[in-house]
Design a protein around this ligand. Structure first.
Ligand code: COA
Ligand code: ZN
Length: 327
């Protein structure tokens, strides 16, 4: 099959600035087998707050029997130092979670439902229809408290149990969430199944149909396609991206899931292309090193190992003298 490739479209139209949403304290730490002490979580979030990030998902309010790693969500929310201008959010699946999040004073509620019935049952023990009823109650709690809602949709680009997720089906879930008053929609590639062409196809259909929605792409780098997918999404005007420091993360209820796109690796790529994020990359790299100590293991992020693109090495002996003079 012959394909006509139009060169220069994506990279000619990069936005001047994008918003990075740090989800490591939630999507990352929920998946660590070792329990991270509350003190370390608070220190991590406080360190992230000093890097110039504009938004941080700090925890979730879910059944602690399902995710014991984040059972201290209220305490974390109360103890962190809130830096003015930063949006601190939490993930909730139902009304009980929404009440917990509002009581803890979060700035934004993130809801979760899957585009796949199997994954939704595995993740939140409900059918999609049941989840949407619960998210109606969440919307009501949020509306009364004046807290905006951003609704994430897991497995938007495919499901590790079911495979393909029909676009018409995804669209119907988006429509219900928008009806419930979601200010933003997060399309989540929970297990790294999306490819850039697919991301383009999905956004080409959804973006014009839901004007006024703020779109976020939530990626996992399971198959090394996260950054290409993000570039594809930028072509369709998406400027909000979830990422996790060091590439922490994964979904405990999706087999094969691994970490989110690594925040510092993504920011490094964006800055190198002239796309600003407001983040101090050096401060973020230092924080990422501390995260490895906190979780007690190396993380997938590449930048911490390789250094930034402008890192230079000393020449081997005898080479300098042999470099021909430039004409
Ligand atoms: N926060 C804390 N506790 C909660 C809760 C919440 N948001 N929602 C329910 N519970 C408690 C109930 O109070 C009840 O407690 P009890 O056993 O002491 O009476 C218990 O959980 C069971 O309630 P039920 O409504 O039957 O929930 P469930 O067991 O069917 O689980 C969810 C449903 C959604 C609460 C659960 O599947 C869950 O928390 N999933 C989160 C998964 C997740 O975070 N995945 C990763 C992020 S994508
Ligand atoms: Zn995720």
């Amino acid at each position: 099959m012959t394909r006509v490739v139009k060169f220069g479209t994506v990279l000619d139209q990069l936005p001047p600035d994008v918003t990075m949403y740090e989800v490591g304290p939630r999507d990352g730490l929920q998946n660590e087998s070792r329990m991270v002490p509350t003190d370390d979580k608070v220190k991590l979030i406080d360190a992230l707050s000093e890097t110039g990030l504009r938004a941080i998902e700090i925890t979730s309010f879910v059944n602690p029997k399902w995710i014991p790693q984040l059972a201290d969500g209220s305490e974390v929310a109360q103890r962190i130092v809130r830096k003015p201008g930063i949006v601190y959010s939490a993930l909730v699946p139902n009304e009980k979670g929404a009440v917990g999040a509002v009581d803890a004073g979060v700035d934004e509620i993130h809801t979760v439902v899957s585009a796949s019935e199997s994954h939704n049952l595995a993740n939140v023990n409900m059918t999609i229809a049941e989840s949407l009823v619960k998210l109606g109650a969440v919307a009501e709690v949020a509306r009364r408290a004046g807290v905006p809602v951003v609704s994430g949709i897991s497995c938007s680009f495919g499901c590790p149990f079911e495979g393909d997720v029909p676009l018409a089906h995804l669209e119907s879930v988006v429509a219900r969430l928008v009806d419930l008053g979601a200010r933003g929609i997060g399309l989540a590639d929970t297990t790294g199944m999306a490819n850039p062409a697919q991301v383009g196809r999905v956004l080409a259909r959804l973006v014009p149909r839901f004007p006024g929605v703020e779109w976020t792409l939530h990626t996992h780098d399971t198959r090394a396609m996260a950054i290409p997918n993000i570039l594809a999404a930028m072509e369709y005007g998406v400027t909000h991206f979830d990422a996790s420091i060091g590439g922490l993360g994964g979904c405990p209820f999706a087999p094969g899931a691994s970490g989110n796109v690594c925040t510092e690796d993504l920011i490094h790529c964006l800055h190198a292309m002239g796309v600003e994020t407001g983040v101090d990359l050096d401060a973020l790299i230092e924080t990422s090193k501390r995260v490895q100590e906190i979780v007690g293991r190396g993380l997938p992020g590449q930048l911490v190992k390789a250094g930034k693109w402008d890192r230079r090495y000393p020449l081997p002996d005898g080479v300098r003298e042999r470099i021909p003079a430039r004409a």
